[in-house]
Write a protein that binds this ligand. Sequence first.
Ligand SMILES: [Fe+2]
Ligand SMILES: [Fe+2]
Length: 415
Amino acid sequence: MSDPVVFLQSLSQALAALGLYGAGHPAAMRAAEVAYERLLDLQAVRIRLDFTFLAGEVLFGDEVLPALAGWEWSARLAAAGVERIELVEAVLPDAFDWLVAHLAARVGAVDTVDPRQSGPSSIRLGLVKFAGNGAPAPDGATAPVIARLSYNLHDEREMVGWIHDEVRDGNALPLLEADAVVRSLSLAMYAEQAMVLPLLQLKEYDQYTTTHSMNVAVLAMALGDFLELGPAAVRSLGFSALLHDLGKVCIPQEILNKAGPLDERERRVVEGHPAVGARMLLGSRDVIEIAAVVAHEHHVMIDGGGYPHLPGNRGAQYASRLVHVCDVYDALRTRRPYREAWDSEQALDYIEGRAGMEFDPVIVRAFATMMRRWDRRVAQMAAMTVGSGDSPTDASLVAPVAMDMGPGFYHSRLD
Ligand SMILES: [Fe+2]
Ligand SMILES: [Fe+2]
């Protein structure tokens, strides 16, 4: 029987079985086989299939599926950033296995799969952008939908803001939520075959710490992956980088965003954030120790400068040195009240110029190579989309901005 409802229900059973029994278990494998057979039934009639998952309803092509109104899995997939599944070619068994494993990881049914598995060409996953003013169509309307394979990371940004609020209010650090953000960033990084770093653009100065934390997490994971450190280390780098400035939640905005030089008291407050953040992390349950180390050391320079001063002049840990490079790069690339944003090449030149003094030269070399490679890719993609009418998403590399170091540039405020 060719029926999209039957297929989607069998797919959800495959996801649930994978979560329940784990990969390789006969029950999970059988459920996936059944779902694949249902898909073959559908593709025997029509190869190209589009499924759209919205809060409350599912569309097959442009047609609403009433039988799936309020379907739990639609909400779960949409919440995991899978609002749309497009099958554009005949899906082979391996590709379907990838789809099941990937979706199960996205919805949290399984802990994780190696996020570097890139998707097969027959399958596209992504978000949906509504035509018109960007607002969803009124209830009941069958909205024209345009698949946008992009991530806006709004939910994640809000989640990071909420995590900061919780910590600022003296509540326990929400580790599960922080981990979920890292997982989302990782999936956004590795999604689609054309890999682009999903860096956020700063819109409001008071969003700086959330935006910056997420960007540093993305950069650190990308660099860890570039250095082939392995999935576990990459994940823990992402987690540590996301929380590296946790201590800043206690710094008043008027100091963080002050347009002029800091006075002595303000400087002490700012320079206290590594120790404050490390204490917060060490004080939370199930802390990943390396996150506390990175929070403490991410302003320590390789020549012993920076802050805080480490006892016995021992150098900072490798993870801290790696996050330090990503931290300064993102800070330079972002416009702040006291200085303009730099473009990528200027930021890289600056970092390369301080390799061996402030930064670990081996890490700098890898970072610069990686970023220049991505910058070229972004330039190619920008050239391809000129005139397409697409507006830039939040999660994209920003266009170069003119550098103006001016009198308001203070090196000590690269953070
Ligand atoms: Fe910092
Ligand atoms: Fe930072």
